[in-house]
Write a protein that binds this ligand. Sequence first.
Ligand code: SAM
Length: 477
Amino acid sequence: MSGTLYDAVPYPGYPFAQTHPDRLAAIAHLLGMHTAPVEHCRVLELACGDGGNLIPMALTLPGSTFVGIDLAAGAIAQGRETIAALGLRNIELREGDVATVDESWGAFDYILTHGLYSWAPAPVRDAVLRISSERLAANGVAYVSYNALPGARIRQMLREMMLFHAGEIEAPMERAQQARALLDLIAQGQAKPDAFTEMVRSEIERMTDRDLWALVHDELGEVYEPVYFHQFVEHAEQHGLQYLAGANFYDLQDAAITADAQEVLGEIAEDDRVLRQQYADFIRCRRFHHTLLCHAGVALEWPVRAARVEGMFAVTAARPVAPHPDLAEGVEEEFRGPLDSGMKTGHPVAKALLMALIESAPQALSFEELVSRAGGVREDVAQILLATSMAGLTDLRTTRLPLVTEVSERPVASPLARYQAAHGEDLTSLNHATVRLAQDLERRLAVSLDGSRKRADLTVEEQTVAGNLARLGLLAG
Ligand SMILES: C[S@@+](CC[C@H](N)C(=O)[O-])C[C@H]1O[C@@H](n2cnc3c(N)ncnc32)[C@H](O)[C@@H]1O
C-alpha cells in the first residue's frame, strides 16, 4: 500500500473554533500580549489535513496569509481542489513531513497544531514544539492540542482492549468494525454496572458516537501518548516557549472546580500557574488540553484585568432558560451556553448584556455597543463581560465577524458554504463552526444564494430557510 494510513482512510477536516487566530489573539490580549492583528497576520498549520480548519480562516481573513503542511497526499490534493474552487490566493497547502519546515518558510504570528502531538512518535512531537518556537514571530502565539493525563488513561485502557481484539486483522476499516463490536460488548455486557464501569461506558459512548474513520485513526493508530500537563509544558520550555493559557476562555478561571478547592490550589501552587493547572487537572480528571504557548521572554499580565476587554468584541451561543427573562434588579434568571456552561444572575446589567448578545447572535457586539445596550458603567460592564466569558457563556474577539444576521435584498451565502452544500451536509459557518444541513431544501438554497436572486423572489418557505441560514452564520451579505 502506498501513502499513509490517512491516504487509505481519509480523515475529513473540520473547523476548530479554539484554533482560530482571533481566539488566540483575544486570549493573548487578555494576558497583556501585543499580537499581530488577525486581519494582517501569517498563520501556519502543522498537520492541516485537507484544510478543513485553515481554508475557512483564509476565506474570512483575506488580508492574512495561511500555510498548511500535511503528510497525506490525498488530503492535500483535496484541500487544493477546494482552494482552487473558491479562488483563494492567500493560502497554500504543502505536502510533506512537519519536520521539514525550516527558516525558508519565514516567521508566523500564529502556529496551530491540532490532533497530532499525542498521535505522533517522539521525533515528530519534538519537531512540533521546535517549529512552534523557531518559526514563531516575537509576539506570536502557538496552539497545540493533546490528550491529557490522568483522564486519557481510560481511553488508553480501551485502546489496549481494542488492539487486542483487532489482533492480526490488517484492513483498517475491518479493524475498526471489530473494535466497535468489542466496545458494544463491554458497554452492554455489564449485569451490575458500578461507578467504574459507568465511567468506562461514558468514554465508550464518546467513541461510538463518532464515525468509523475516527476510530481507525484516533483509537487504533500506531501511537497514542497522552501526557500530564506539566510534562507538556516542560517539553515546550525545552524549546524556549512558555505557557500562555488554555485556548478556551473558561480555562482562565477553572469554573469546574469548587471555590474551596480553588483556595487550596492557591495555597499549593501560589503564583505557579502551571502547577495550579496540573492540580486542577487532577481534580477534574482532565482528558484533553488545548494549550497556547508564546516565547519564554514575553511579559504576561496575571491575573487578567477586566479593563482589558475594553476595545474587544463579544459573541454568544448562550440562551436564557426562561423564554422571556425578567431583566429587573434582583430577579434571578438562568442562562445556558455550550459545553454545560451556565450562569444564574439577578444583576440587571449582566442580564441586559447577555440578552443584547443573544439578540445580535451570531454577530459580535463591540464593548462600546455593550456599554450602551446593557446600560451599566464601563467598569461593571467590563467585569461582567469577563466573568461571562470565563463562565463559558461568551467568546471574546478582536474583530467583528464577516457575516450578516438579517436576510438582505440579494442574499449571499458564504462561498465555502455554497461549495460544501453542493457536496455534503457539513458546512462551515462564518464564525468557524460546523453546521449540519440535513434537509435538501436548506442545501439547495445555500448553493443558490450567490447574490443573483432577490429576496422578494424567494418562496415563503425559502425566505424562512434563508432566515435560518443567517442565524447559523452562513450568510456573508
Ligand atoms: C488526526 S489527523 C488531524 C488532522 C487535523 N489537524 C484535525 O485535527 O482534524 C492527523 C494528521 O496528521 C498528519 N500527519 C501525521 N504525521 C505527520 C507528519 N510527520 N508530518 C505532517 N503531517 C503528519 C496526518 O496525515 C493527518 O492528516
